[in-house]
Design a protein. Structure first.
Length: 296
């Protein structure tokens, strides 16, 4: 049940029946990242051909990914945007191929036209890094599709987001701003059980902001909605793992810290994590669930 804010609702007749959000009884949900881009911070250029992308998705699915999140536009800090046609060209063939293989897919986009094309190709979830702010038509697309919608906390595009990392109290401010995104989604007629919240670690946030949000996840859970965390390999992990000279740990050497945060998220009751390496996080989620009795 959503406890705050007091959302405006459209008539129930305007709300499509929602495709069930992936959930598990045995462990936390794990989403595998598939960037079909030349410039993403961790895996840019590795999977930007169809065969390579499909093979990697199959591997992640075999390792336990509950969703494969396909993105066609880099959102790393400082990244410049591609146009909608290019983003669509990148993601739709991959999504269509994975759908034919029976692999559940989410699309990582903040454009309504890309989301609509991806849903038509077989995607079942929209992962919107702008939380609906990037395209006013996204609410209609999600409402009409009746699909889950991940609303991430966002203040502006990647090219300028470093300049927007100013808060009075980052936890309170993120909570308030996500509350506004929930209210707008419900006002657009999106069903409440379609919504997932993501605090947007690394998006218009310093390393200190990220750690404060992780420390106080219960504040975001007060909405009564599932929470997704995307910490995988991000720069704040590189900073905390810096060597004695202060040089951050390289992107490819942050996996142990990523898995540690997966385990932490599982202990805090988070719905899911979004990661580049699926098997280690699935193993961590299973181990934490076993402590709680699910594996006995």
């Amino acid at each position: 049940m959503i406890r705050e804010p007091g959302p405006r609702r459209c008539p129930s007749s305007s709300v499509a029946e929602v495709t069930a959000l992936p959930r598990r009884s045995d462990r936390m949900v794990v989403i595998g990242v598939l960037n079909v881009t030349p410039d993403s911070f961790s895996d840019g250029g590795r999977y930007d051909d169809l065969a390579g992308a499909v093979a990697h998705a199959e591997q992640m699915f075999a390792e336990g990914a509950d969703l494969v999140d396909v993105g066609g536009e880099s959102t790393r800090p400082g990244a410049l945007r591609v146009d909608a046609a290019e983003e669509t060209r990148r993601v739709v063939p991959v999504i269509a191929a994975l759908s034919r293989l029976g692999i559940p897919v989410s699309v990582d986009t903040c454009r309504a036209s890309v989301a609509e094309a991806a849903l038509d190709a077989g995607a079942i979830v929209v992962n919107d890094v702008s939380g609906g702010l990037g395209d006013a038509d996204m609410g209609r697309v999600v409402r009409d599709a009746g699909c889950p919608w991940i609303l991430m906390h966002w203040r502006g595009p990647s090219a300028v987001m470093r300049e927007l990392a100013h808060y009075g109290d980052v936890v309170a401010d993120v909570r308030t701003e996500l509350g506004a995104r929930i209210e707008d989604a419900l006002a657009a007629g999106v069903a409440p059980d379609a919504l997932v919240l993501d605090p947007g670690l690394g998006f218009a946030k310093t390393a200190a902001h990220n750690w404060m949000l992780l420390d106080r996840l219960e504040v975001l859970m007060e909405f009564g909605l599932p929470v997704l965390l995307g910490a995988s390999r991000k720069s704040f992990l590189g900073s905390v793992l810096a060597d004695e000279a202060g040089v951050p740990r390289p992107v490819g050497e942050r996996e142990d810290a990523t898995v540690a945060l997966t385990a932490y998220a599982a202990t805090r009751g988070v719905w899911g994590v979004r990661v580049h390496e699926v098997r280690p996080s699935v193993d961590a989620a299973r181990a934490i669930a076993a402590v709680g009795g699910a594996g006995r």
